[in-house]
Design a protein around this ligand. Sequence first.
Ligand SMILES: C[S@@+](CC[C@H](N)C(=O)[O-])C[C@H]1O[C@@H](n2cnc3c(N)ncnc32)[C@H](O)[C@@H]1O
Length: 224
Amino acid sequence: MTNPRNPSLVCPLLILAALAVGRLDAQEPPSRPAPPQEELDARVRRFLDENRRLWRDLNVPEEDGRRLHELVLQKGFTRALEIGTSTGHSAIWIAWALSKTGGKLITVEIDPGRHRQALQNFERAGLSRYIDARLADAHDLVPKLEGPFDFVFIDADKEWYTNYFRAVLPKLAPGGCIVAHNVGGARRGWVAEFLQVVEATPGLETRVENSRGGGLSISCKTGT
Ligand SMILES: C[S@@+](CC[C@H](N)C(=O)[O-])C[C@H]1O[C@@H](n2cnc3c(N)ncnc32)[C@H](O)[C@@H]1O
């Protein structure tokens, strides 16, 4: 029998109860101090090296992950949103950069198995405290998110890209960028439709970068 008056049992019981109602979501306890940046960098690098050839769930290739990391760092972004977590490869690159800028990432995934795996990966990489991973249909959740965001990465269901873009645009901070994956190929079908909308949007400067991994469009809000 457990004794609720015994403090050594109460704490684990509370943690179990919180996990059961999804409140802790397997993230690190907020009270644990952040490790020094060099220690975290070494841990993330080790995780990425060990898993380099193990990403099998439509994850971005390393080249594109590095590019996302670089973009967040270059511009000092802190309020990031990712649509399409899968098992967390791109989120790890983004959140690693956010650990250096003092930011946080919200990432959304609809598939429970991938979401669970992503949470484990975030923990193993030491990045959980920088990531708020939501298990949800992004069609419903994204329009409800408050913002503002200065970095948005769209990498979920392709036919919905234009809707995601329209939903996040009003929440984009000045100077912020919306990045979309897999738009570097031929301008046909959904890619053509998406780029047409994005490039015709006033107050945004868009460039498309091709990569072996699918290519990115980067649309940044000009003005104030
Ligand atoms: C290309 S993968 C994302 C890869 C991920 N960014 C990475 O690099 O690790 C697309 C993901 O979007 C998810 N997805 C598709 N439709 C979605 C929706 N309506 N809401 C949330 N996630 C969705 C899929 O389950 C899939 O895991």
